[in-house]
Design a protein around this ligand. Structure first.
Ligand code: ADP
Length: 383
């Protein structure tokens, strides 16, 4: 009998002998393990090949998707579902093991019995819609769509509608209250009548401002504001904006300065940039005490130009800054309303800056507030 030094050769020979009708081959443990690993690899390959067409189909779905076999385990999955699974692989796991959501697991069990189900579940700090659809072979197609962004947008829209209605109701109530008072006999008393007519005029004006701001905002957001980006002379636009706020500034003895180097040119929409500066200057005038100062300056920074509006007002406390550009956010409700604010000025500014491919930041302290708008420089003009 041949003696093999190589244990692999020896094992092969012993197995061949067994299969030819000899006694059972006694294989060393390492060879045994090697054989079982090869078998496992083949088995996995077989499963994968079998699931391949389904995997391709699942891969084309715009959701995390998997096929749940009759034993409740995932038989085929796409990458999105694999990502949700612990260990990054969904095949072989149950939906409970993947999501740890008992309601979903129960719905999957019912779906395997033939009842389709849709439910909303929290997972990885996001909100998902799960669809469980019974399939022909007694399996279930599980689809998980991340709807967090849509839910957040819905909530923002709901808040906005509630806030807008509330803002509109205030002047409307004041107008109808004043009109009723006049009609109830005050009209006969000229001294008193004037007070109520003035109240109507003031609130009608406020209503007008609010509706204009709301319309502007919705036009900008729905991209109906025609943006025409072209080289724009900052100094010219700044002077026009200053002119527009000059009347209230004079009333409060606030000095308005334009300190923009001649020939500072940005790539912008002239009308949008003017509106941005008007809103920022309007705030500077509104919130700066009498006798103060507001300035428009500009400086080139690499491929951008920074246009800044600064004032000598009271500044804004730091904790307000993250929400300052939100619609209807105000630091001091009373003061904003008294000075004719709608709470939409900075939201409009932010959107207008964004549609011009710019960005905005704010610096504030006890010395006053500075809003900085950075806009691109035209490629050739103005250098
Ligand atoms: P509003 O119509 O109330 O002025 P904005 O959106 O323009 O609304 O501004 C939001 C809030 O930011 C204001 O209510 C005000 O409290 C604060 N704010 C804006 N600009 C200034 C400024 N230059 N100085 C101090 N506070 C400001």
């Amino acid at each position: 009998m041949a003696v093999f030094r190589d244990p692999v050769q020896a094992a092969i020979r012993a197995l061949e002998a067994e299969l030819e009708g000899g006694k059972r081959a006694d294989l060393p443990p390492a060879i045994d393990r090697f054989a079982s690993l090869l078998l496992q690899r083949e088995e996995r390959q077989r499963v994968l090949e079998k699931a391949q067409p389904e995997r391709e189909l699942l891969g084309a779905m715009p959701a995390a998707a998997g096929l749940v076999a009759a034993d409740g385990r995932i038989r085929a999955s796409n990458i999105a579902l694999d990502r949700l699974a612990p260990g990054g692989r969904a095949i072989g796991l149950t939906l409970l093991e993947i999501t740890r959501n008992g309601e979903l697991a129960e719905a999957a069990r019912r779906a395997l019995e033939g009842s389709p189900k849709q439910l909303e579940i929290p997972l990885s700090q996001r909100t998902w819609i799960a669809d469980l659809v019974p399939m022909l072979r007694g399996e279930v197609l599980a689809l998980l769509r991340d709807v967090s962004d849509a839910r957040r947008a819905e909530a923002t829209r709901r808040d906005f509608v509630a806030n807008a209605s509330h803002e509109l109701r205030t002047p409307v109530s004041a107008i109808s209250g004043a009109a009723e008072t006049l009609l109830s006999g005050v009209m006969e008393d000229p001294g008193q009548a004037r007070t109520f007519v003035e109240m109507i005029a003031r609130n009608a004006e406020r209503l007008g401002r609010l509706t204009n701001d709301l319309l502007d905002l919705s036009r900008i957001e729905s991209r109906q504001w025609p943006v025409k980006l072209e080289p724009v002379q900052v100094e010219e636009v700044a002077r026009r904006a200053v002119e527009i706020v000059s009347h209230p500034a004079r009333r409060k003895r606030i000095e308005l300065l334009v300190e923009v180097p001649t020939n500072t040119v940005v790539l912008a929409d002239a009308r949008a940039l003017e509106q941005v500066l008007v809103n920022l200057l309007d705030n500077a005038v509104k919130y700066t005490p009498e006798g103060g100062r507001a300035r428009v300056t500009a400086a080139s920074r690499e491929d951008r130009v920074e246009v800044a509006v600064s004032d000598t007002g009271p500044g804004i406390e730091r904790h307000h800054l993250p929400r300052l550009f939100e619609r209807f956010y105000r630091v001091d409700h009373g003061r904003s309303r008294d000075s004719g604010g709608t709470g939409l000025g900075l939201a409009i500014v932010k959107h207008l800056v964004q549609i011009q491919s710019g960005d905005i930041s704010v610096d504030t302290g006890s010395e006053g507030t500075t809003f900085r708008v950075r806009l691109p420089r035209p490629a050739i003009a103005g250098r």
